[in-house]
Write a protein that binds this ligand. Sequence first.
Ligand SMILES: Nc1ncnc2c1ncn2[C@@H]1O[C@H](COP(=O)(O)OP(=O)(O)OP(=O)(O)O)[C@@H](O)[C@H]1O
Ligand SMILES: [Mg+2]
Length: 499
Amino acid sequence: MYRLVPRVVYSNERGFSFDANPSGYRDSWSTRSRGRMKKEYMNDFLKELSSEHQVKEKEKVLKPFRKDIYIENETTKKRTDEAVEEIRKNGRILVPSHVPKPIKHLKELQFGEELNLELYSKFQMPTPIQSQSWPVILSGHDLIGISETGSGKTLGFMLPALAHLQAQELFQRQTIVGSNRVAPMGIIVAPVRELARQINQVAEDYKKFFDVETALFYGGSGKDSQFVHFRRGFHLCIGTPGRLMDFIKNGNLDLSNVSFCVIDEADTMLSMGFYPQIQYIVNKTRKDRQTLLWTATWPSEVRDLAKNVTSKPIKIDIGSEDLRTKENIKQEIIVTKGRLQYSTLDDLFNKILEEPNHKTLVFTNTRNRADKLMDVMRRNGLKVASIHGLKSQDNRERSLDQFRKGYIDFLVATDVASRGLDIQGIKNVVNVDFPTHIVQYIHRIGRTARGEKKGMAYSILTPADATVAKDLIKVLKDSKQEVSPALLKLSRTDEKRWF
Ligand SMILES: Nc1ncnc2c1ncn2[C@@H]1O[C@H](COP(=O)(O)OP(=O)(O)OP(=O)(O)O)[C@@H](O)[C@H]1O
Ligand SMILES: [Mg+2]
C-alpha cells in the first residue's frame, strides 16, 4: 500500500496519542494530499519526538491565563430545565447533560451594550449553534461544533475568541519576542484563502469592541505585505496552514503563547490533506490551551483529529450527525440520459434569468470546464467570471469581489468556492457537474440560503453519476425534498451494474 508518511505514534503532555498518519487515511481519502506532506515537516515531527525537545518544552514556564470568563446573565441563570429543554428541542441542539444553559436572546450576552446594539442591528436572535456554543466556550471548555452550512459558526467562535483575548492581561495578549517575532495568544486556522479572508473580515467587524489586534496570513499573495504584521504586533492570527507554517519556520510566528485555538472546517482540512500541518501548528501552541474544532460532517478522520487536539471537549451537534442540508434550500435534480448538452444548461439559465434576483454560483468539477463554460456563457451575453485553483490570487479575489458586489450575476467555480464562503444574496447554486462525493454536494449548495434566507439548488446528473445517486436520494429525503422517478431509476442502474 502507498504510504508517504511513516506511522509514528507518541504522546503529548496531555497523555493523548498522536499518530502522524492516522489509519493511513491519506492513502485513500485524498490524492491531492500526496504532494503536500513535505519531508521537512516530517523531520520536524521527528525532532519534536526527541527527548531533548521534550525537556526543553517542560522547562518553559508559561504564565497562567483565564479560561473560564463566562458571566451568566440573570435571565439565563433563572431559566428552568423545561425552558432549556425547549430551546434545545426547537433548535435541534444535541449536547451532553451538565453543559451550561443555552441563551435565548442576544441581550443575554455579556459583551456590553455597544456590541449588543451592533448585533441587534444585524440579527434578531442567536442561531442554535451560537445559543449553545457561546456559554460553553466562554466557560472555558474545548468544543467540537457540528452544524449545517450557513448557520453562523463564524460568529460562534469569533466573539468568544475576542472575549478570551480581552480577558487576559494586556502584556500577555501578545509578546514581541524579538525583532519581527510575535507570540500571539489566539490562532484561527482555515483551509482556503478566501475563507481565511472572510473570517478576518468578521474579526475586523468586531475587534474594536474588544480592543484586540488581528493579523491575516494566507498563501498566493506576497509575504511582504503580510510581514508588516510582525512589525506592528497582533493578538490573534488568522490564516491558512501553509502560510502559517512558513512564518513559524522562519521564526516570525511563535505560537508558544497561544491559549485559544480554532480549527474551522476541520473536515475540509483533512480532505485537502492538511492533517500533518494542523498537527504541526497545534503542537506549537500551549498544551493547556482551549481548542475549538468546527466541522460540517463527522467522519472517522475528523474524530481522530478531535481526539488528538482537544481535551475533554463538549460536542454540540445541531440536528444529527447525518449529512444534512438546510430545509430552506429547495433542491431540484435534472437527470439527463447522455452526456451533458449545452441545451440543458440553456433551458436552466433562461429559467434563472427570468427571476428578478438571479445571483448564481455555478460549479464544475474541473478547472478546464469552468473556463470553457465561462467562455460559452460570456459569449451568450451573461455577466460572468470564473474562479479556480489555477487563477492567480489577485484574479480570484477580483472575481469574488465583483460577484459579492453584484457587478456580475454568475460565478463559475470549482470546489475552491464550495466551503465556508459567505456571499450575500446568492439565490441559486447550479451543479453543472455533480460532485463525486456527497459531502461536497452539501457544502456547494450551502452557499445559498445563508442565515435565515431561502435558496435554490439545481444539479444535473448524467449516467456517469449513478454511484452517488443513492447518497443523494438519502440527503433529499432527510431534507424533505422530492425524489423524482428519474433519479430513482438512475440509482438502480448502478445496482444492476455492480451486483
Ligand atoms: N444570529 C444570526 N442570525 C442571523 N444570521 C446570522 C446570525 N449569525 C450569523 N449570521 C449570518 O449568517 C451567515 C452565515 O454565517 P457563517 O458564514 O458563519 O456560516 P457557517 O455556519 O460558518 O457556514 P459554512 O458551514 O458554510 O461555513 C452570515 O452572513 C452571517 O452574517
Ligand atoms: Mg464557516
